[in-house]
Design a protein around this ligand. Structure first.
Ligand SMILES: Cc1cc2nc3c(=O)[nH]c(=O)nc-3n(C[C@H](O)[C@H](O)[C@H](O)COP(=O)(O)OP(=O)(O)OC[C@H]3O[C@@H](n4cnc5c(N)ncnc54)[C@H](O)[C@@H]3O)c2cc1C
Ligand SMILES: NC(=O)c1ccc[n+]([C@@H]2O[C@H](COP(=O)([O-])OP(=O)(O)OC[C@H]3O[C@@H](n4cnc5c(N)ncnc54)[C@H](O)[C@@H]3O)[C@@H](O)[C@H]2O)c1
Length: 471
């Protein structure tokens, strides 16, 4: 039986980064992946495909150019479904090749097949590269899968989850999306700018409950502007695929009693941890009622040789945090230097059109915690760079601790928000003050000037002009 220092089950962001880190430090590593392609949801069905489709949708809709020149290019560029998926397929393939090359470079053995854990050190692989292998440690990085409630006839043709939506063979005329979480909102904006009539059904009265409410309102209003219709406070009760003679393909009934019909249906209301059928519970690994593996702060399970990282351990279930969890798990297994824990706060990047990105305290949290705060705002349209790129919408908002003038939170809605946030993240982490932000010279014209003008605005809003000292 072949022996390894570490066997990793799953080649998504958590598995890949853990494998490479362990191998980099000289450990013998094997990665088992049940799909023919490496990369997990991060590469194949989640992060990269949806982000590439967003760029494709922007290109074909001509939305960027519309803001720039007031010209509607939509008709000139009418896309078919092959065009829609062309870039996505290219990017996914390049990423898969990149991961395979990374594994090869680090002498990591890859087994294609489905893994089960036979005992605390043995993994059985069934499928193409069937084998039984032994490891000092096992890292379970099996990710998550779309939650499919009973009673919804998922057929991968008219009724989809976030995996099968990537296999559609035509762009729908209309779509009902259930769940205004990150997946639902991202796909709603992608389809809406591609010209699909979108209805977004959400059980709560608002979208993306963790966002600063003001940012949430701006995003909601903008989504309405591109034609998305919201149905709040309602759930899907029944979904039926209609016979061919109907003009719509899917009929759904809502808990509020209203019937809706559409060409396609996308259910995007949560994901579950892929912890089943691995044989873990029989070995004493604890699994919670949401199918997430329970781990300690070192990512170790109750079985000392078995660790778990990424979506399979639940919140926050992001590619960004999964990668770092994988690295941290490996650090603890082998007592490597550095990466002892992932940072407690992390940014959220929501790739709607336009994007949203946030870091740190929201205004609502500041109120709840009874913090003496003030707000600084700067709008894209008021910045020279914002005017140049034709950004009509967009807001950067700072939440500031009034007595100390330190930035507590940064909330951005607008173009490249997911890039701009990292400077704000540094401001919060370094406990930077308004005085220090305005004293820096920034390139002009840039969107980074939003920070400077939001800080000036906070100085006014916080009535600091009456208190000239401080920084
Ligand atoms: C539509 C969508 C968009 C997203 N967008 C973003 C984003 O913009 N930013 C972000 O940070 N996150 C995003 N995410 C979340 C991100 O994709 C996940 O958090 C991330 O992929 C989790 O990584 P992972 O390694 O834990 O698991 P995964 O990427 O799910 O990989 C797990 C791998 O394990 C394999 N596997 C499972 N069971 C077995 C077994 N028994 N044997 C062998 N192999 C097995 C699977 O085939 C899979 O390849 C998005 C998710 C979705 C669905
Ligand atoms: N940009 C990103 O970082 C990104 C993008 C996509 C996905 N993800 C990851 O994927 C995870 C799953 O995303 P998600 O959007 O599927 O789930 P989610 O949990 O974020 O949101 C689900 C939404 O569906 C609603 N809902 C639940 N059941 C419903 C029902 N029966 N009828 C109507 N509405 C219902 C909820 O109120 C909620 O708003 C996220 O938590 C995130 O970790 C991240």
């Amino acid at each position: 039986m072949k022996k390894y220092d570490l066997i990793i089950i799953g080649s998504g962001p958590a598995g890949e980064k853990a494998a490479v880190k362990a191998a980099y430090y000289g450990k013998q590593v094997a990665v088992v992946e049940k799909r023919a392609d490496l990369g997990g949801a991060g590469t194949n069905t989640g992060t990269l495909p949806s982000k590439t489709l967003k760029e494709t949708a922007l290109y074909y809709s001509g939305l960027n150019e519309r803001g720039l020149f007031g010209v509607d290019k939509e008709l000139e560029r009418a896309a078919n479904v092959r065009d829609f998926f062309f870039r996505k397929n290219q990017v996914v393939e390049q990423q898969e090749q990149g991961i395979a090359a990374n594994f090869k470079l680090h002498n990591i053995d890859t087994y294609i097949g489905t893994a089960t854990v036979k005992d605390p050190h043995t993994v059985v692989i069934e499928g193409k590269d069937a084998a039984e292998i032994e490891g000092e440690f096992i890292l379970v990085a099996t990710g998550s899968y779309p939650f499919q409630p009973p009673g919804i006839p998922f057929d991968g043709k008219f009724v989809h989850d976030s995996d099968t939506i990537l296999n559609i063979n035509r762009i729908p005329r209309s779509i009902v999306i259930v769940g205004a979480g990150v997946i639902g909102c991202e796909y709603a904006t992608i389809f809406a700018v591609m010209g699909t009539k979108v209805k977004l059904v959400n059980s709560h009265e608002e979208i993306l409950g963790f966002l600063d409410r003001e940012i949430c309102r701006e995003l909601t209003a903008d989504m309405e502007k591109i034609g998305i219709e919201f149905v709040f406070g309602s759930r899907i009760e029944q979904v039926e695929i209609l016979p061919e003679e109907h003009t719509s393909n899917v009929h759904a009934k809502l808990t509020n009693g209203a019937p809706i019909e559409a060409d396609m249906f996308l259910y995007a209301a949560g994901r579950s941890g892929a912890s089943h059928n691995l044989g873990l519970e029989a070995l004493g690994v604890e699994i919670d009622n949401r199918q997430n593996i329970v781990v300690d702060e070192k990512y170790s399970t109750k079985v000392p040789s078995i660790y778990a990282a990424g979506d399979v351990i639940g919140f926050p279930a992001l590619a960004s945090t999964s990668m770092d969890q994988g690295r941290v798990a490996v650090t603890h297994m082998f007592n490597f230097w550095g990466d002892e824990k992932i940072s407690e706060q992390f940014p959220y990047g929501i790739y709607t059109i336009p994007e949203v990105s946030v870091y740190g305290m929201t205004e609502d949290e500041a109120q709840k915690k009874k913090i003496d705060y003030c707000i600084g705002r700067a709008r894209y349209r008021d910045m020279p760079r914002g005017r140049i790129i034709g950004a009509k919408e967009g807001l950067l908002k700072l939440v500031v601790d009034r007595p100390t003038r330190k930035v507590l939170g940064v909330h951005i809605f607008g173009k490249i928000a997911t890039e701009l946030i990292h400077y704000g993240m540094d401001l919060v982490q370094n406990e930077d003050t308004l005085g220090r932000i305005v004293s820096r010279v920034y390139n002009t014209p840039t969107l980074h000037e939003l920070y400077k003008y939001a800080a000036y605005n906070a100085l006014i809003e916080g009535h600091y002009m009456d208190e000239p000292t401080g920084n």
